[in-house]
Design a protein around this ligand. Structure first.
Ligand SMILES: [Zn+2]
Ligand SMILES: [Zn+2]
Ligand SMILES: [Zn+2]
Length: 109
């Protein structure tokens, strides 16, 4: 696995974008925030590290690449992520199903 690709800000604890808040086996994605265009592992990382309030991606932005798979470093579009939220459509890495509970923190639903 390569560690190239976009940078991920915040208190990341490993190369697969796990952070101090979510670090289970399945917590391998980072989200690019609409407000600043930067990747953070989770909403709490953004809240603690960024100097501004988070903005969610509008419904019309489903073609934006805003989800980074920490395993294969593929940048998925929002549509790809929402359509296959239990695993990475590129490498098959399992995604945390609990993330679906937080979808509204990142994307307008
Ligand atoms: Zn931001
Ligand atoms: Zn976090
Ligand atoms: Zn992947």
């Amino acid at each position: 696995m390569t560690t190239t690709g976009p940078r991920v800000l915040g208190p990341v604890v490993d190369d697969a974008t796990r952070c101090i808040h979510y670090r289970s086996e399945l917590d391998v994605i980072a989200i690019r925030f609409a407000c600043c265009g930067e990747y953070y592992p989770c909403h709490a990382c953004h809240a603690e590290t960024a100097d501004h309030a988070a903005t969610v991606w509008p419904r019309g932005a489903r073609d934006e690449r805003a989800v980074l798979c920490g395993e294969c470093r593929a940048e998925l579009t929002i549509a790809e992520y929402l359509g296959a939220s239990s695993s990475c459509p590129r490498c098959g890495a399992g995604f945390n199903p609990g993330c679906a509970l937080h979808t509204h923190l990142y994307f307008e639903v």
